[in-house]
Design a protein around this ligand. Sequence first.
Ligand code: RIB
Ligand code: CA
Length: 318
Amino acid sequence: MTERLILDCDPGHDDALAMILAAGDPRVELLAVTTCAGNQTLPKVTRNALAVCAVAGIDVPVAAGSVGPLVRPQMVAPEIHGESGLDGPVLPEATLELDPRHAVDLIIDVVLAAEPGTVTLVPTGPLTNIALAMRKEPAIVERVKRVVLMGGSYTRGNKTPTAEFNIAADPEAAQAVFSAPWPVTMVGLDLTHQATADTDVVDRIKAIGSPLSSFVVDVLEFFGSTYREQQGFDAPPVHDLCCVAWLGDPEVFTTREAFVAVELTGTWTNGMTVTDFSGLLGQPVNTDVAITLDKQRLWDMTVDAIAALSAQPEVAAR
Ligand code: RIB
Ligand code: CA
């Protein structure tokens, strides 16, 4: 069965790969793209999302959302994603007009228009839009099939020693999402740090030899340079891609049930996803936590998706 998803994102190099996989894998159907401030400001990530749509031939509603977090001061990540939020490749002009709705309204409209239990929300940035949508229209909580979010960690963070960027950027929004009664899959750093785009992967993508594959190579090469300089990685972990990959192939990673809560009042630990696999806190399980990645499956499906999109006339002609 085709998995139908809304991608709520902050492109972002890894968000861009998630968009492309969502458009190119035949087992998933991308219903809409919504943007939120995160890696960069809202105008920048929205422009980037439209640019990825242009280069990949994606034609779905795209709506801009939250300009910043619910409570905390805004944080961006130019040290990883550059001043534009998608430094590296030449970004084409948009070919789509932005949807006039706010992202929150687009999410609500798409979920309410679909049969209950048929739409998965895939947030790959701060969870501000998702939290606002569930507060504006609580009915979406029981209608959404699952929330598969890139964020958190059950070991160490990347924004602070204990907090991952997407959660740290808006911890109040994240806590609202984890504590709501819908199925949640947490695709955190423990999983996504396994999803590195190693040289052999970049070479496979380069060998496709299309304008889209060249764009993806440029994305990965810039992402690789900043991850090498800033975090000492030999190859960049393409975090957000893992969420979409799981919808296309649930065997791409394993999960384990846990109780997850977001620290909001810590002195040093705000934004930490406190993950209890053993019931130590006496709280009910609320999250499926991603544990082990099948890296070969991830990159096989991603290379296939890029090749499939590259073969489409409107993409090949760019
Ligand atoms: O911590 C990694 C996450 O933060 C990824 O989603 C990346 O795109 C940034 O949003
Ligand atoms: Ca992201």
